[in-house]
Every structure is written in structure tokens, then in C-alpha cells.
Design a protein around this ligand. Structure first.
Ligand code: PEP
Length: 252
């Protein structure tokens, strides 16, 4: 049975000391809530401190991106091996802010995903349509194409370490949320593409999250949908009480 995963994406927020304080405060609040996996994806410089603070808790630590090369002349980038050596378990790849502001394409997203999986990281692979695509009625085609391109060359065995985060770009950081029906329907489209590519069992097993202004008020309804297996949460992951409410909704 597939796991529900509640993951925070801190983006460019929280210093190392703030990260330590946050995790120390969060750990007792989510202790024993075992119906979902709990992940915090944090800025690179916070990872070591976050891993230390999360030791012995049910909180797992992830990065927000990873480079596809093992090493080399890529100023400012971080490799998968650098991440695993300091205890990182998860990594977000293909977030819309990376695609929008830093020129990421499905090709680089695919390369980064492959490198992360080869190094033993679990990947939270983000995809989703922009507003004009939803308004034009081509959401299904867009997410199907992204799913195919981003997963190209990834084996069925490797897919077990992939979580897909369906994130409609128009809902990220905007306060606009997809309706539970829209989230369920589009996560279902992604699941059917996984079925075509990898078979029925893989499609049943894969965790597909919804992301886009999920918060303590709307999480329960979104998470109640059959194709929504968790959330990738930006803004609401920066407050321990709000994030805990979402974890509680996933454990209800
Ligand atoms: C995100 O960063 O992936 C995200 C969904 O952000 P927010 O929850 O703030 O919309």
C-alpha cells in the first residue's frame, strides 16, 4: 500500500539556528504520528544541522535541488554524493520556481532525478501546469508529457524511490488552491501515465502528492481524495503549528 508523505519545502527561508529551533519544537508535536512520512526539505546550508536535530525523531530531511554531475566545474551547484554524505534522504527536483527562475527544463529535471536516484536519494519530482494551460483546457496533456519526459530512462526499481508532487503553478504561493476534485483528477491523470509506463502495480504503489497553498484549513479535504497521497507544502511548512495540523490531517 502506498505511503502518504507530508513534505515541507522551506524554499529560501530559515537560517541553520532557526532550522534547529524549528525541528526541536516540531519533533514532540509530531511524535508517534506514523500514518504518514514526514519530510522537511531545507536550504543546503541547513541540512547538516537539520539532520542532527532530527536524529531519533520521525522527521526526515531533504534538499531542495541537486545537480546531475558527480563533480566538476559547476559553480554554485551541489552533487547527490555531497547530500547523502551529510545524511540527506530526500531531494526535491523540478520545482516550478526552479523551472521558472533558473531555466530548468524537463531534460535537466530528468538528469537531476537520475543522478539523485543513482546516489540513493528519494526524489520528490514536481510537475504541474501554468495558469494559461489550465485555462486552455490542456492540463492533462501537459502533466502527461512532463511525467513521461521527467521519468524517461528511470527503471521500475528506481521508481520505488520517486514521489511525484503535482503542483499547479498558479496555486504555488498564491493562496489559490486547486479544488479537491481538480487535485484528485490531475493526480489521477499522472497515475494513469505511470500505469501506461510501468504497469498497474507501480501505479498503485507510487505516492502522488498535491502541492499549491495547502494549509491547515484545506489539508483534510485535499488529503481525503483517493489519488492524493500527501502534500508538498511551502508557506505553511514554516510554522510548526500549521505544519503539525497538516500532519494531523494526514493521520486522521
Ligand atoms: C511549494 O513550494 O511547493 C508550495 C506548494 O508552496 P505553497 O504551499 O506556499 O503554495
Amino acid at each position: 500500500m502506498r505511503r502518504t508523505v507530508i513534505a515541507g519545502n522551506w524554499k529560501m527561508n530559515m537560517t541553520p539556528s532557526e532550522a534547529k529551533k524549528f525541528i526541536t519544537e516540531l519533533a514532540p508535536m509530531v511524535k508517534g504520528l506514523d500514518k504518514c512520512d514526514i519530510v522537511l526539505c531545507v536550504p543546503y546550508v541547513d541540512i547538516a544541522v537539520a539532520c542532527e536535530a532530527a536524529k531519533g525523531t520521525n522527521i526526515h530531511i531533504g534538499a531542495e535541488n541537486v545537480h546531475f554531475a558527480e563533480s566538476g566545474a559547476y559553480t554554485g551547484e551541489v552533487s547527490a554524493k555531497m547530500l547523502t554524505e551529510i545524511g540527506t534522504e530526500y531531494v526535491i527536483v523540478g520545482h516550478s520556481e526552479r523551472r521558472q527562475y533558473f531555466g530548468e527544463t524537463d531534460t535537466t529535471v530528468n538528469q537531476r532525478t537520475k543522478a539523485a536516484l543513482a546516489a540513493g536519494l528519494k526524489v520528490i519530482l514536481c510537475l504541474g501546469e501554468v495558469k494559461d494551460e489550465r485555462l486552455a483546457g490542456i492540463t492533462d496533456e501537459v502533466v502527461a508529457m512532463q511525467t513521461k519526459l521527467d521519468l524517461a530512462g528511470i527503471t521500475a526499481e528506481q521508481l520505488k524511490n520517486v514521489i511525484i508532487a503535482y503542483e499547479p503553478v498558479w496555486a504555488i504561493g498564491t493562496g489559490l488552491t486547486a479544488t479537491p476534485e481538480q487535485a484528485d483528477e490531475t493526480c489521477g491523470v499522472i497515475r494513469s501515465v505511470v500505469r501506461d509506463l510501468y504497469g498497474a502495480e507501480a501505479a498503485e504503489e507510487i505516492t502522488i502528492q498535491y502541492g499549491g497553498s495547502m494549509n491547515d484549513a484545506n489539508a483534510r479535504e485535499l488529503l481525503s481524495k483517493p489519488n492524493v497521497d500527501g502534500g508538498l507544502i511551502g508557506g505553511a511548512s514554516l510554522k510548526t503549528d500549521k505544519f503539525t495540523s497538516i500532519v494531523l490531517a494526514a493521520n486522521a
